[in-house]
Ligand binder design. Structure first.
Ligand SMILES: [Zn+2]
Length: 217
């Protein structure tokens, strides 16, 4: 008796990462193809054509139609949106912190205004004009929201370098009029606190800046 039949053989087309609909997070997948074979004594001999494709999550072993991979494009659009949103929050936080820093000692120095404008335009995405900055300063004077208002939202998402960068920008503004006074130092520590930095970290940066300032006097 001759035993023959057909059998589906799976082969991997490609693999990568996708957002598994079942795990609802980033996972590794295999994109597989099933080819039907004519078998003789259970040995696949002649390929009879494709019997379909599917995507398998390597973690939960769930299988999905290949279209699930198209969903990834939407996902990266979301990531882009999140990134844009983060950047705009970051800019807001920086602008707000620097203006509060400038207002800390009770007077607005022209040199401070210039430094704030320079820093904002160096790190920001959207350049602002001196007039826009003046308007923002006036607005902040009317409604002086705490330094942590915006900083608290972005701080925890920044790495050490990003946090130190913001403190250094604050220091540049604080030192623009020639002295870093106590009110400015307390804003600096508030900035650090809002970003969940260690007090000692802020202190080190402050001391470095003071050393530089003394050297230049
Ligand atoms: Zn999964």
């Amino acid at each position: 008796m001759i035993i023959f039949g057909t059998r589906g053989i799976k082969s991997k087309i490609k693999s990568g990462n996708f957002i598994c609909p079942q795990c609802e997070t980033d996972r590794k997948y295999d994109h597989k193809k099933v080819t039907k074979f004519f078998t003789l004594y259970f040995i696949p001999l002649i390929p009879l054509g494709s019997a379909g494709e599917y995507v398998e999550c390597k973690t939960c072993k769930g299988t999905f139609i290949p279209r699930v991979l198209n969903y990834q494009r939407t996902q990266s659009q979301n990531q882009q949106q999140q990134q844009d949103q983060f950047l705009s929050e970051y800019e807001k936080a920086m602008k707000h912190s620097l203006v509060l820093m400038m207002l800390a000692d009770g007077e607005i120095d022209d040199r401070e205004m210039v430094v704030v404008l320079m820093v904002i335009n160096k790190f920001g995405h959207n350049d602002i004009t001196m007039e826009q900055l003046e308007n923002y300063v006036a607005e902040t004077q009317r409604n002086p929201q705490n330094v942590s208002t915006y900083l608290k939202k972005v701080g925890p998402m920044l790495n050490e370098h990003g946090k130190q960068m913001l403190i250094k920008c604050g220091l540049a503004v604080a030192g623009a009029d020639g002295v870093i006074d106590d009110s400015e130092i307390s804003v600096l520590y508030e900035m650090g606190l809002a970003m969940e930095m260690k007090k000692s970290e802020v202190k080190t940066l402050l001391e470095e800046a003071q050393k530089k300032q003394n050297a230049s006097v």
